[in-house]
Design a protein around this ligand. Sequence first.
Ligand code: GAP
Length: 506
Amino acid sequence: MATNEDLFKKIISHSKEYGFVFPSSEIYDGLSAVYDYGPFGVELKNNIKTYWWKSMVQYHENIVGLDSAIFMHPTIWKASGHVDAFNDPMIDNKDSKKRYRADVLVEDHTQKIEDKIRKEVDKARQRFGETFNEQMYRTTNPRVMENLAKIETIKTRFYSSLEKNDLADVRALIEELAIVCPVSGTKNWTEVRQFNLMFSTQMGSVNEDANEIFLRPETAQGIFVNFLNVQKSARMKIPFGIAQIGKAFRNEIVARQFLFRMREFEQMEMQYFVKPGEELEWFAYWKKERMRWHTSLGIPAEKYRFHDHDKLAHYANAATDIEFEFPIGFKELEGIHSRTDFDLGAHQKFSGRKLQYFDQEKNEGYVPYVVETSLGLDRTFLAVLSHAYREEKLEDGTERVVLSLPAILAPVKVAILPLMKKDGLPEKAREIMDVLKYRFRCYYEEKDTIGRRYRRMDAIGTPYCITIDHQTLQDNTVTLRDRDTMLQERIPVNEIPVIMDTKLSL
Ligand code: GAP
C-alpha cells in the first residue's frame, strides 16, 4: 500500500504521462506553480465546469451567469480591501534561505499536537471497545485536555497578534514554540513581513500615463460591480444569484502541492443576493446544497468535512470551508461565506454610485446581503482525479492503473476499437464512430494489441470500450467492455446509441 505522499507523486506523474496536466513552460525548466492542461485534462476540466454550471445556472431559475473581464478598475481592489489587506505574513529561514507563511508554520505545529490527541483517542477506543465515548474522553482525560488547551492558547495568541498586525509577536510565538525550518532544521528566522498576493501590471503605453492595474485575485468582485447591470437587465428579484467561472491570480509565496496551490487558477463562484436579516438562513441552505453537489459525484461523504471558521474576516458574519481528503490530507476545497453588505457597501462608497435593490412591493430600496459559494476548479479537478486513481492487481497476475471517474466527468466516454487493422474492421469501426461522435466524446484507436488499448483507456478513465471484431461483420454485433468490472457483453450495433445513452446517464 503506497503512502499518501507516494500516491500524490504517482498521480502527478500519471497526469503528465497521460495528457492531463503538464508543468507550464517545461522546456524552459518550468514556471513555479503554473500548469497547463493537456488533451484529456482539458476535457475533464470542461466537464467539471459544465456540471457546476448546470447545477447552478440551469437548474436554479433565480441564478444567472456572468463572464466579467480579468482587468478591472484599480479602485475596485482598494474598495474590496485587497490592496491593503490581501497579505500573507511571511518569514525566512536564514540558513536554508527558504520562505514560509507564518500561519502555515503555526498551523503545522498545532496539527502535530492534534495528531497526538488523535493517537491517544484511537488507543483509548481500542482499549474500551464499543463502550468508548470520545466526547467524554476528550473532556476528561488530563493529557488530552492539556493538549487541547495548548492549541487554544496558541491560536488565540496568533490570531490576536495578526489582527493587531503585531508581526514581532508572531515571530516571538514561532520562536517560543521552537518551530524549526523543515529544510535546515534550525530556528534561525528573519523578521515576519507582510506580502501582498496580487500581481500588478501597467495599462497604457507610456509609463508616465500608465495606471497600475491588478490581475484579479478572485472572480467575485466582477460580480459585485455588475450587480445592478445584471439585476436590471435580467429582471431578477431578490433572492437571486450570479454565477461566474474564470481565472484568478495570486502571487502565492509558498507555492507547491501541484494543483492545490497555484499562481494562476480558476474559480467557480456564485454570489447570492438576499434580504438583510435572511443571510444566515441562506448560508445554512447553501452549506447543505454545496455538500450535496460534491457527494453527487459519487465520492463518499467521509471524504468531505466542514471546517467552520472560529475567526471571521471583518466583513463576514458566518463562514465555513468544505474540506476534502486529498492525498496530502484534509484541505480546503470550497469556501462558503456570509459576506453581509460589505462589498456592495464599499463599492457604493468608493464609486459614488448607488448599488441598491428596489423592492417594488415594499416601495423601498436597500443594499442586499450576500452569501457566497467559492469553489476552486483546479482543486476540484485534483479531488476528482485523486479519488479516481486506482492501482489494481488482476487475476492473471498483471497490474493496471485505472481512473474510476464518474461517467459524466470522464474525458472520453467511449473508445471505438477495431480488433485488427485489416479485413474491413477499421471501416466498420469508422461507421460506428461517425454516428457516435456527434453524441459523446469518442476516441478511435487501431494501433497496438487490444489488451494494450484497453489499458490505455483505463488509464484515462474511459468508461466503455466498443470492440469491432470478425463476428461484427457477420451478425452486426460488437463487444461492450465496462472499465470498472472489465466485463464484456455483445450488443447489436443499431442499439449502441440507446444503450450508451442509458449507461452514461447513470
Ligand atoms: N471570493 C472568495 C474567495 O476567493 P478563497 O477562499 O480565497 O475565497 C476560494 O478562494 C477557493 O479558490 C478556495 O476554496 C480554493 O478552492 C480556490 N483557491 C484559492 N487559492 C487557490 C490557489 N492558489 N490555487 C488553487 N486554488 C485556489
